[in-house]
Design a protein around this ligand. Structure first.
Ligand code: C2E
Ligand code: SIN
Ligand code: SIN
Ligand code: SIN
Ligand code: FE
Ligand code: FE
Length: 641
């Protein structure tokens, strides 16, 4: 599945990043910093050459100070492949640049160099969202000679890092500030890889300084801790994505691997003699130690844990609990405070817990100031309507459920994951609206009946297009594959266990007061439909499996009641042929289609990802999403409209 030749393993990446980090943090000139950034990009992406391009102050040119083997160059901002990436804000991967009209062959000709593969990643100023330049690597040194999504991921790391460093180096002549920025950014990179928002490190930094001052450390030391604490999880850089971003709870083994991040972070930082990095090393090493000695990695106790470690522990856990993670929901304040009281003198230094509660108002003010903007959006959405995703994926795998949407206690769309998600609550389900007859959308019809047969009191209505109903009768609940429950009576009742109802394409069906469901045609290998679910004046359009989105987009463009759109993205781009044949989408195809969407206010949700390609597809969604900010659904999430 992966090409080991071009892929650096996580430990190697970590080593490289750290080597460059320490080097860059000691540099004194802008040019030298850029040069090392280019070296870092080349190493991380396994490329022959790397250029770091910077947009000129008048925004008319792209300039590079270092192109490996090439002198400084300046080109008009819209020229060449780099210009294309910068002007459109898009990542570009090309296997052979000479097949691209945009490629400017002059540089090759002049320098007697032959460029084949190329990857370009624009660099953004996080604050203004403006593009400030681009990272460009040429000629992959992997055996197949082309760049892949792993290279993209690593170069993205380098590019985030480069952007912050360049901005800070440009702004301040004071090189020390650049170093602080470098350290801070490294922390943020660790965060961004673990899908936590950048503001997490800012909040942890601010909480730490506040607690340090209140504890009695002097201003200088408190400031040092503030600068160092964002690095607490830097060791997570070395943890495999599959573990780091696992959308669920860890097994014991995964937990043990994850726990290595403390020791790893320390190993990265401990060799430095800089005060800032030394402080960061302590924080990385000791932020998971616990007051009662039950923490890791060394099981230190009480005052043996450095004060930096004890402070960061509180700051980190407070923020982690209040934030949503891939593996957990955000906790309510009350629950957090209860835990903090319980853990006084167990997990946490009792004095620091007292200080924490004495300063709770200031702490909450920091949280408010550096809150994640997505949360505001989420809050807004909480006040509207929502449906719950019982299963979000395109095939079953351990811990991953297939398509099911819970509209109300009694009504669902599709039946891929009812048994696991609802268990006995599935007894309340009376109406299953189906999008099509594929197994990952119907399978649990069989199991919820089977498991809870003796408790069922109500008929289960199986509702869908005539062809879907026909397929279920003929090929599924046919007394061969599974019993024909339309001929079997409910216990102590004259009603049958299931009844069938047929829907027409384009018809709107009333579900209850101010609630309706309308079918809309989708494009799959079997007859299929999506549903527009409307409550009051707002609606969500759920497409199930579909290849073409044309009629869907047309509908969304002129139906302003539709507030949210759920679309699929089943396969990675390299499987485009299979996607086409099985009538599914890849990220590339999806966002190609979505260019025709003229609604900026639509919230876009993505589901039906095949779990075995989850990591790859997430990276590709990031690569192709353009200005869209899609939400990738997991089991248990909500869709708001
Ligand atoms: P994190 O998400 O930043 O969490 C930092 C610390 O906050 C945790 O350290 C833990 O002390 C506390 N914390 C976070 N969530 C909870 C919670 O739901 N209950 C309680 N009681 N405490 C919580 P810890 O446990 O050493 O974990 C370190 C890191 O390991 C976490 O950083 C996270 O990145 C990862 N992690 C831990 N458990 C899981 C898991 O089940 N699944 C996944 N995907 N990641 C996990
Ligand atoms: C370009 O076409 O992107 C510029 C040429 C180069 O840097 O090789
Ligand atoms: C977990 O529940 O796995 C993480 C939080 C803890 O340390 O209790
Ligand atoms: C489906 O349409 O989800 C089943 C077929 C496939 O996975 O390609
Ligand atoms: Fe940690
Ligand atoms: Fe399907």
């Amino acid at each position: 599945m992966q090409t080991p030749t071009s892929r650096l393993d996580a430990n190697h990446t970590l080593k490289l990043l750290f080597e460059y980090l320490t080097k860059i943090a000691s540099l004194k000139s802008f040019d030298a910093i850029i040069y090392e950034l280019a070296n870092m990009g080349r190493a991380l992406a396994s490329a022959e050459r790397c250029s770091v391009w910077v947009v000129s102050d008048d925004k008319k040119f792209l300039q590079t100070k270092v192109a490996h083997g090439i002198d400084a160059i300046s080109i008009p901002i819209n020229s060449g492949i780099v210009g294309d990436a910068v002007c459109r804000g898009k990542n570009i991967i090309l296997d052979d640049v000479y097949s691209s009209e945009k490629f400017n062959q002059n540089i090759d000709k002049e320098k007697g160099y032959t460029t084949k593969s190329m990857m370009v990643i624009p660099m953004y100023d996080n604050k203004s969202n403006e593009i400030i330049g681009a990272f460009q690597v040429m000629n992959s040194t992997s055996t197949n000679g082309i760049f892949d999504t792993h290279d993209l991921e690593y170069l993205s790391l380098a590019s985030t890092y480069a952007a912050e460093t360049i901005i800070s180096a440009k702004l301040s002549s004071e090189i020390e500030n650049t170093q602080k920025e470098v350290v801070f950014t490294m922390g943020a990179i660790g965060e961004s890889r673990s899908k936590e928002t950048g503001n997490h490190v800012k909040r942890v930094a601010e909480y730490s300084k506040l607690l340090a001052l209140a504890y009695g450390l002097d201003e200088k030391e408190a400031e040092l801790l503030k600068q160092a604490s964002p690095m607490h999880d830097i060791g997570k850089i070395a943890i495999a994505d599959s573990i780091l971003n696992k959308p669920g709870r860890f097994t014991m083994q995964e937990r043990n691997i994850m726990n290595r991040h403390a020791q790893l972070g320390y190993s990265m930082l401990q060799s430095s003699t800089r005060p800032l990095l030394r402080a960061a090393a302590i924080v990385a090493y000791e932020h998971h130690e616990k007051w009662d000695g039950s923490g890791y990695p060394r099981g230190l106790k009480e005052q043996d844990i450095h004060i930096y470690g004890r402070i960061t522990a509180i700051a980190d856990v407070f923020d982690a609990l209040g934030s949503e993670r891939v593996y957990k929901k955000a906790w309510a304040d009350e629950k957090i405070f209860t835990l903090f009281k319980q853990e006084r003198a167990k997990h946490f230094d009792p004095d620091l817990i007292d200080i924490f509660f004495n300063n709770i108002e200031k702490i909450c003010a920091i949280r408010e100031k550096f809150k994640d903007s997505y949360k505001e959006e989420a809050q807004k959405r909480e006040t509207g309507h929502k449906i719950k995703i019982l299963g979000a994926y395109g095939t079953k795998a351990k811990g991953f459920g297939t398509s099911s949407f819970l509209l109300s206690n009694s009504t669902v769309i599709d039946a891929g994951n009812l048994l696991d998600a609802l268990a006995e609550d599935s007894l309340h389900v009376e109406n299953i609206y189906l999008t099509h007859s594929h197994l990952d959308h119907i399978s649990d019809i069989a199991y919820i009946i089977d498991n809870y047969f003796s408790l069922r009191t109500k008929t289960l209505n199986i509702i869908g297009l005539p062809q879907t109903i026909e397929a279920i009768k003929k090929d599924f609940l046919n007394d061969v594959i599974w019993p024909d429950f339309s001929k079997i009576r409910l216990p102590d009742s004259d009603d049958m266990v299931i009844a069938y109802q047929e829907l027409q394409l384009g018809e709107e069906y009333t579900l209850g007061e101010k609630k309706s469901l309308q079918t809309i045609q989708t494009d799959h290998t079997v007859p299929s439909c999506g549903y527009i679910y409307k409550v009051d004046e707002s609606a969500v359009l759920i497409t199930a499996d579909t290849y073409s989105l044309e009629n869907i987009i047309q509908r969304v463009n002129h139906d302003k009641q539709i507030k949210s759109l759920v679309v699929e993205c089943s396969f990675p781009s390299e499987m485009q042929e299979l996607a086409k044949e099985s009538k599914h989408l890849t990220a590339k195809l999806l966002f190609e289609d979505l260019k025709k969407l003229q609604r900026e206010d639509i919230t876009l949700y993505i589901n039906h990802i095949k779990p075995q390609f989850l990591e790859k597809i997430i990276i590709e969604i990031e690569e192709f999403r353009g200005d869209f900010k899609p939400i990738i659904l997991k089991d248990g999430d909500f869709v708001y409209f």
